[in-house]
Design a protein around this ligand. Sequence first.
Ligand SMILES: NC(=O)c1ccc[n+]([C@@H]2O[C@H](COP(=O)([O-])OP(=O)(O)OC[C@H]3O[C@@H](n4cnc5c(N)ncnc54)[C@H](OP(=O)(O)O)[C@@H]3O)[C@@H](O)[C@H]2O)c1
Length: 314
Amino acid sequence: MARKTIAVVGATGAQGGGLVRAILADSSGEFAARALTRDVNGAKAKELATLGAGVVTVNVDDAESLRHAFQGAYGAFCVTFFWDHFSPEKELAEARAMAQAAKDTGVKHVIWSTLEDTRKWVPLSDARMPTLQGKYKVPHFDAKGEANGIFTELGVPTTFLNTSFYWDNLIHFGMGPKKGPDGRLAFVLPMGDKKLPGIAAEDIGRCAYGVFKRPDLVGRTVGIAGEHLTGAQMAAELGKALGQEVAHKAVTPEVYRGFGFPGADDLGNMFQFKADFEKDFCGARDLAFSRSLNPRLQTFAQWLGANKERIPLG
Ligand SMILES: NC(=O)c1ccc[n+]([C@@H]2O[C@H](COP(=O)([O-])OP(=O)(O)OC[C@H]3O[C@@H](n4cnc5c(N)ncnc54)[C@H](OP(=O)(O)O)[C@@H]3O)[C@@H](O)[C@H]2O)c1
C-alpha cells in the first residue's frame, strides 16, 4: 500500500518535530513524513532523515517553495513562528501563503496550528488590557485566529488545532521557577487561582498525528491539552519533582506586562485572557478528547519526571 505523505512545516522544531517523530514511530501506519526545513543539511534535518523522513527545503515566506514542498502530499501541517519576529502581519502573510499552496497543490487535509482571536472576547475598546501593536490584544494569538478565516475562504480542507501552553516553556522560555532574595524557589504565573491548560510540546505533534488519522475532523476546530492546572498546582508538582519547595507567585497581569523582556506585554495579556475566560479556554481543550487522539498524552508530573533536570533554576 502506498503511504500518504504528510508535509510538515517546522519539522525541526517543537510542534512539527513531534509530528514527524509520531509518523515515523508508527512503522505500520498509513502515512509517510516529509520534513520541511530551510536547511536540509542542518543537524536536526539530517537526524530526521536518518529516522526515515523525506527532507525537503522550504521557506514559508516563499510561495513557490511552499508549492514545491506540498506537491503530491495528502496532508500538510502548517505552523508559524511568532517569537522569531514578533509580527502578527508576518504570521498572517505566512498563513495565507501556506493556505494558498495547499489549495494550489490539492492537499486533502491541512492542520492549521492556531489559537483564539482574543478580540472576540476582549474587543479593542475593552480597557482591561492594553491594545498592542495598534490592533491586537494578544498579538501572537489574534493573528493565528484571524488567519483561520483565510483557510476557510480559500476552501482548504482544514482542521483548526487550538494548541496549549508548552510546559517546555519552563526550559526554553525562561518560565521556570526562580530563586527569590530568600533563596527559595518561586514559580510565577499571573493567573491567580485560575487553571492554565498545558501540554508537553512533543504531544502536540502526536495529537496532530491523531488528527490526520481522522478525516472526519476536516472543517472542525479542535483543542488539545495534557492537563488544566492552577499555578499553585503547578508549583506543587514542581516541588515534588525537584525535591524542594516551590512557591506559587501569583503576580497580577499588570506586573507581568511590566517585566520588560521582549513580549512580556503580549504574554501578560495572554495570561489575563486565559484567566478571565477560564471556562471557555479550558472548555475548548478537552483532556479526554486529546487522549483519544494521542494515547501517550503526558500529565505535567510525567513530563516533569522526564524533563526536570533540563529546567534552569535561576
Ligand atoms: N511556546 C508555547 O507555549 C506555544 C504554545 C502554543 C503555540 N505556540 C506557537 O508555536 C509557534 C512555533 O512553533 P514551534 O514551537 O514548533 O516552533 P520552533 O520549535 O521554534 O521551531 C520552528 C522551526 O521552524 C522552522 N522555521 C523557522 N522559520 C521558518 C521559515 N521562515 N520557513 C520555514 N521554516 C521555518 C525552523 O526550522 P529550520 O531552521 O530547520 O528551517 C525551526 O526549527 C509560534 O507561533 C507560537 O506562537 C507556542
